[in-house]
Design a binder for this molecule. Structure first.
Ligand code: GTB
Length: 216
């Protein structure tokens, strides 16, 4: 039986790959695992049936037999742990790749989300114009360090891994801004990842959901 994930029936990003089921789809595509998708409206996400899978009423979730998971970090790790292709076999290299997954989610993503949230919800506040440069600086501090680490390498720690998948997914959230432009190696890193056939299949599948929903 193939696993089933949940995703937005009508994603607010119009299927441009920003909703977090993209990470899970991409991981599944990288390891060659077919999957089913159950689409949910915002109302359905908050209903008790979905909350038995996701305590916070969000997407994505992942179900495989008796196992139900939420949180993209846990889901992508589970997929990478169970299949070849996203984590190295060598124990040290594997631990390093997992470290990069956590770095993406715990160190790089939070300032990006804080900036995004301010832009979406605080524009009308008197202090917005003063706060935005502070939030920008916090994102740049992470990007500067990440760019310094990556240098001329293709991937963060050896070959492409779940750590790169997660880091790229986090950086992609900046594409609507010009923030990545100051770091040509990070822009190239994101482009390199987006060129992977598995990324393209995942992106196209997510876009197809929105296209079908908005034309039907
Ligand atoms: N930490 C959790 C994880 O990584 O799994 C976060 C999951 C999460 O934020 N899910 C969002 C959700 O369900 C969808 S992806 N939100 C509904 C809710 O909380 O009620 C976040 C997202 C949504 C929309 C865009 N967009 O339109 O650009 C981008 C990202």
């Amino acid at each position: 039986m193939s696993p089933t994930i949940t995703a937005f029936a009508l994603s607010p990003d119009r299927g441009r790959g920003l909703a977090r089921d993209m990470r899970v789809r991409w991981a599944l595509e990288e390891v060659g695992q077919p999957y089913n998708v159950r689409l949910l409206s915002f109302r359905e996400m908050k209903e008790p049936a979905h909350r038995t899978l996701h305590p916070f009423g969000q997407i994505p979730t992942y179900e495989d037999g008796d196992l139900a998971l939420f949180e993209t970090g846990a889901i992508v790790f589970h997929i990478a742990d169970r299949h070849a292709g996203l984590l190295p076999d060598d124990a040290t290299a594997r631990a390093r790749a997992m470290t990069w997954m956590f770095a993406a989610l715990n160190t790089v993503e939070p300032p990006i989300l804080a900036r995004e949230a301010a832009i979406l919800t605080e524009r009308d506040k008197s202090w917005y114009q003063e706060r935005l440069p502070i939030l920008d600086d916090r994102v740049h501090a992470r990007l500067r360090d990440l760019s310094g680490w990556l240098g001329d390498a293709d991937w963060l720690d050896g070959g492409f891994s779940a750590g790169d998948l997660m880091m790229v997914e986090v950086l992609i959230r900046l594409k609507s801004s010009d923030m990545l432009d100051a770091y040509p190696n990070l822009s190239a890193y994101v482009a390199r990842a987006e060129a992977r056939p598995a990324f393209k299949r995942a992106f196209d599948a997510q876009l197809a959901v929105f296209t079908a929903a908005s034309s039907g």
